[in-house]
Each structure stands twice: as structure tokens, then as C-alpha cells.
Design a protein around this ligand. Structure first.
Ligand SMILES: [Zn+2]
Length: 352
């Protein structure tokens, strides 16, 4: 790996010539012994020992023998200067967690995607394993593997407080990091976005829009078609099977026949937007719920369980809806943060 000390192409002189070098408000620690210059203008004065405890990359960097008489341009405020190319806001969060620990997450009422994103991306880049693992744990809470747990997720309560629109950024990050299961979940959520948000991207931080790249957009647009087909198929045969040990003396048989004869089209409101969402087909749909309520407990339980099993099957096979038989082949060979970064960050003015 290229030395971090020479990251970026501009010389230090150019940096000095740039308008302002800013010291980070909180993380300029007077007794620090290393200065990080992030994105050419933001300065953090921190401790080598603290960085080394959390990050194997920093640990290796500081273990390298230092020149007895370093060049002036490699020093700042009497400390070695390390140049990094991350976003200053991200590095601020990352270092704050170094100093305040994982409880940093719990001390807030909830972890937002802004923080979890940093745990994952910088945790991976700087080999800060405990932080990275915490990021994955937060994703597991957001996207549990069982349909029942998924339906019970309440963002901001037991999992990170995440805005639905974050799914674009989650898809980009989890694709890059090859966190495949979460990537499929996030793509699925992207399919539920308004078409405008799906195509134009959403604002992740002020003035910065995050978009899916063209490959993922195609996956989502095609995926919507597949999801819609399975959605209507599930609606259509919701009452097709017959409970095994049905009580013949009850009205259930006649009711079930009636439900089967109903046209699906009339049971889905025109403006119902959940039609790409087979994972919640009957949870969000009153038609099925009302029908079940009219049946006896045993029959209702049969249909609810059957429905749940089918939603679970969709969840277990999300990959298939996005034509991802061999996912991530392109990205497998790309460096995480190389020139071919899959992130499409578009400044506001870039959107016409
Ligand atoms: Zn019954």
C-alpha cells in the first residue's frame, strides 16, 4: 500500500497556499503527538497510542521507523503530519468514537446511518475491527434474517435510527464491502422508493446526493417488475390452500370459497404503493387481515402461517429478484477506495 504520508498529489506548499487550514473544534488535543491533515484542510491533533489501539493500519504506520530529521513539510505544530483523503466529517466521527468508545453509540438515543456508515467504511479502511463489527451488528438489527423479526423492526428503537431513503447509501456501502445479504435488503428497499428518488438519488448530507450506479438502477427497475409479479401472485392465491383439519361445522368453507372468487384487482386500491413489496404483502393489506378475522382461529392461523412462510421464502431469495447470480464480480477486484469508487456523489449543482 502506498504510504499514507504521501497520500494526495498536491505538495504541502500547495496546501499552505490554500485558503484555510482548520483545526477541528473538538479533536485538537494540546498534548497530542500526531497531526492528521484530512482532505487537505482539516487538522486533527490526536495521540498515536490511541489511534494504534483501535486501528491496525495506524498501528503499523506508527511502528515504521521515523527519520531522525524529518522534512519540515512532514511536521506540523511540532508533531509528525499524516495526510489522509477522507471526508473531514467522517474522520471527526471516527476519531470521536476512538476517544469515547462504542458507548458513543449508546450515549445517543440511537445510532444514525451517518455514524454506522463511518463505522463500516473507515472501520474497514483503517482495519478498526471493533468499530467495523459494531457497524455490521447495527445492520443485522436493521435487517434481521427472519420475516417476523423484520416486521418487528422499529428504526430508532432497537436498531439504528435510519431514514428509509438511506437505503441508497446502504446499498452502495454494503455492495462495496461485499456485505451481500444487507446489499440485497437495501436494493429491495430502493425498489420501494418513489421513482424520482430512485433515479435522481437522495441527499445524504447537505448538498451531497447519493445515487445508485447504473448497474444497480437497472437491477432495481427490473427487480420491481419481478417483485410486482410475485406480489400479485401472493395476493391471488392467498386462500388457495385448504386447512388440513378444518372444522366442517363452521362457516369457514363458504367464506374461503368466497375469498377465492374475489378479484384481486378490486382488493388493491389504485394508489396503493406497496405493490413492489411482497415482504409486507398481507401485513399492510387490510383485505387479507379482514378475511382472516372472519375465519375461525384455526383456519386464520393456517393462512397467516402460510403467508409468513411465503414471505420468508422471498426474503431468503432476494438475490434472485435482482439478477445477481454472480454478484459483485466487478467490485471484487476493485480496491475499496480507488479511482473506480462506485460511490456517485453529486454536488447539488451537478443535478440539472
Ligand atoms: Zn375454520
Amino acid at each position: 500500500m502506498e504510504s499514507f504520508f504521501s497520500e494526495g498529489e498536491d505538495s504541502f506548499e500547495t496546501c499552505l497556499g490554500s485558503p484555510v487550514l482548520r483545526q477541528h473544534e473538538k479533536l485538537w488535543l494540546k498534548d497530542g503527538n500526531v497531526v492528521l491533515m484530512v482532505n487537505k484542510d482539516m487538522l486533527f491533533k490526536v495521540h498515536r497510542s490511541i489511534l494504534s489501539v483501535h486501528s491496525a493500519v495506524f498501528k503499523d504506520m506508527f511502528a515504521m521507523p521515523q527519520p531522525a530529521y524529518p522534512d519540515e513539510e512532514d511536521m506540523y505544530d511540532g508533531c509528525p503530519l499524516v495526510r489522509l483523503s477522507d471526508a473531514p466529517e467522517d474522520m471527526g466521527i471516527f476519531l470521536d468514537i476512538f476517544y469515547n468508545g462504542i458507548p458513543y453509540l449508546q450515549s445517543r438515543t440511537e445510532a444514525t446511518w451517518t455514524i454506522v456508515r463511518v463505522l463500516l467504511l473507515l472501520g474497514s479502511k483503517y482495519a478498526a475491527d471493533r468499530l467495523y463489527d459494531e457497524g455490521v451488528r447495527q445492520l443485522e438489527r436493521r435487517y434481521p434474517p427472519t420475516i417476523r423479526a423484520l416486521h418487528a423492526v422499529q428504526p430508532g428503537k432497537e436498531c439504528m435510527d435510519f431514514k428509509f431513503e438511506d437505503c441508497i447509501s446502504i446499498a452502495n456501502v454494503t455492495r462495496t464491502l461485499r456485505l451481500d445479504r444487507f446489499y440485497y435488503n437495501a436494493l429491495y428497499d430502493c425498489c420501494q422508493l418513489d421513482t424520482k428518488d430512485l433515479l435522481s438519488g437522495v441527499e445524504r448530507s447537505p448538498g451531497v446526493y447519493e445515487m445508485l450506479d447504473e448497474e444497480d438502477l437497472i437491477r432495481c427497475v427490473d427487480g420491481r417488475g419481478r417483485l410486482q409479479r410475485v406480489y400479485f401472485a401472493m395476493m391471488g392465491d392467498a386462500f388457495k390452500a385448504t386447512p388440513d383439519n378444518r372444522d366442517e361445522s363452521r362457516l369457514c368453507g363458504r367464506l374461503i370459497d368466497l375469498f377465492r372468487s374475489e378479484k384481486i384487482e378490486t382488493s388493491v386500491p389504485n394508489d396503493y404503493t406497496g405493490k413492489y413489496d411482497p415482504l409486507r404483502v398481507h401485513v399492510s393489506n387490510k383485505w387479507f387481515q379482514t378475511g382472516c378475522k372472519r375465519l375461525c382461529g384455526r383456519c386464520a392461523a393456517f393462512y397467516v402461517q402460510r403467508d409468513e412462510a411465503r414471505m420468508q421464502e422471498v426474503l431468503d431469495n432476494l438475490k434472485e429478484y435482482f439478477d445477481l447470480e454472480e454478484p459483485n464480480t466487478d467490485y471484487a477486484v476493485r480496491r475499496l477506495f480507488g479511482v473506480e469508487s462506485p460511490f456517485m456523489l453529486v454536488p447539488r449543482s451537478g443535478l440539472v
